[in-house]
Design a protein around this ligand. Structure first.
Ligand SMILES: Cc1cc2nc3c(=O)[nH]c(=O)nc-3n(C[C@H](O)[C@H](O)[C@H](O)COP(=O)(O)OP(=O)(O)OC[C@H]3O[C@@H](n4cnc5c(N)ncnc54)[C@H](O)[C@@H]3O)c2cc1C
Length: 379
């Protein structure tokens, strides 16, 4: 058994943890990143090539300052790593007029001065002929939206962190951690016990193992994504087709322009959540989720309703109000965590990594994190 001293240990090197490793190592700190599986694995929440980044945010205007910072950081991090992480395609929220999502996204644009356009159904069909929307649907177009290359983003953050001396150990889960009398932490794995001044916990779907205060507060659910044969790939290419979120009676679905795969990628239904235990190794999407995805394609995006080429399951870690939880472990200020991003966190990861580094090193963030506190769930 070895015993080593680090400034910060990061438990979980996925979307959030890899970004935290980079922002901590960049500050000259001795960083150890521990990862249960390998980098870019398909057992967590961050695989499948792409994640949407939207600045028009129907989930709430308070997310916009952080997503703006994330947008800037994705570009900077990609440049620093020599990888194209951010693809700006424009984003489209599509929903029945008056239902809420388009109006909420519109509010976030107005509150934060984001350029936008509200489009009626005819204009949506004219600009994006791949959609066959029901009567009464409208759209909110925001030109800065797009997608982040998700596994590449993790590789970029880890590569940059290693270039500043971070140690990243894969296949080595954190088994236990304890605060120490001198205000630090010890972390136990199968290979050793490590000590550090600070602990950053970013273990995604497994977070309640490390943060017992999250038990009963977060739940893990199975989600589905698939890539489908398209009849007219020219309609779905980058440059002509945006990322989108589509609210229809079957649920909320989201899709992407073609990217590094011959099929058209559609995910959802976003709220069709089926409980799953991350310890269950089976990540196969349920037949019901796949049926709903295929029905959505057949009805609303028929030129992409061909055979499935690839399907994957993935974990959402969901909080009671569907908002993030970014906080210190109760009573242990030297241990901070980010969790329960409820199926919409990836786009923020570059900024949440920076926020976690700020919390770990300075005990505060420049952003107002009150909406993300754990104590908001106290009765
Ligand atoms: C299908 C799907 C589609 C999505 N689409 C979008 C989207 O379009 N836009 C968007 O913004 N968000 C989206 N999300 C949500 C987003 O991907 C997640 O919020 C984000 O990936 C969560 O990142 P994370 O770092 O918390 O989790 P992960 O990336 O899963 O990382 C957690 C890591 O911790 C590791 N780990 C677990 N336990 C331990 C331990 N004890 N010790 C060490 N390591 C451990 C895991 O192996 C894992 O690598 C989507 C999610 C899914 C599943």
């Amino acid at each position: 058994m070895s015993s080593s001293q680090y400034d910060v240990i990061v438990a979980g090197v996925g979307a959030m943890g890899s970004a935290a490793c980079w922002h901590l190592a960049k500050r000259g700190l001795r960083v150890l990143g521990l990862e249960r599986f390998d980098l870019g694995h398909a057992m967590g929440s961050s695989h499948g090539l792409t994640r949407i980044i939207r600045l028009a945010y129907f989930e709430g205007s308070h997310y916009v300052p952080i997503v703006k910072r994330a947008h800037q950081l994705w570009r900077e991090t990609g440049d620093a790593a020599g990888l194209k992480l951010l693809h700006v395609t424009g984003s489209l929220d599509l929903a029945p007029e008056g239902l809420g999502p388009v109006e909420s996204s519109l509010k976030s644009c107005i509150d934060h001065g984001l350029e936008h356009e509200v489009l009626d159904r005819d204009e949506i069909s004219r600009r994006f002929p791949a959609f066959q929307l029901p009567e009464g649907h409208i759209g909110l177009w925001q030109a800065d939206g797009g997608f982040v290359a998700s596994e590449k983003a993790i590789y970029a953050h880890v590569g940059l962190a290693q270039s500043k001396g971070a140690e990243i150990r894969t296949g080595e889960p954190m088994l236990d951690w304890q605060p120490t009398a001198d205000g630090g932490v010890t972390v136990k794995t199968e290979r050793g016990t490590y000590s550090a001044g600070q602990l950053v916990i970013t273990s995604g779907g497994w977070i309640e193992d490390a943060v017992p205060a999250l038990k009963q507060r977060v739940r893990t659910v199975r989600q589905a994504i698939g890539w489908f044969t398209t009849r007219k790939p020219e309609l779905f290419r980058q440059g002509v087709f945006p990322v989108f979120i589509l609210s229809v009676e079957e649920g909320n679905f989201y899709g992407f322009p073609l990217y590094e795969h011959p099929g058209f990628k559609l995910g959802g239904p976003h709220f069709g959540r089926e409980p799953m235990d991350p310890r269950d190794p089976d990540r196969t999407p349920s037949p019901n989720q796949l049926r709903l995805i295929r029905e959505c394609l057949a009805r609303y995006i028929p030129d992409a309703a061909g055979d499935p080429l690839t399907v994957k399951g993935c974990i959402y870690t969901v909080s009671p109000d569907e908002g993030f939880i970014i906080d210190a472990v109760p009573g242990v200020p030297q241990a901070v965590f980010a969790s329960a991003c409820s199926g919409h966190g990836f786009k923020f990861a570059s900024a949440i990594g920076e926020i976690l580094a700020d919390l770990a090193t300075e005990g505060r963030s420049a952003f107002d994190l009150s909406a993300f506190s754990l104590s908001r769930f106290d009765a």
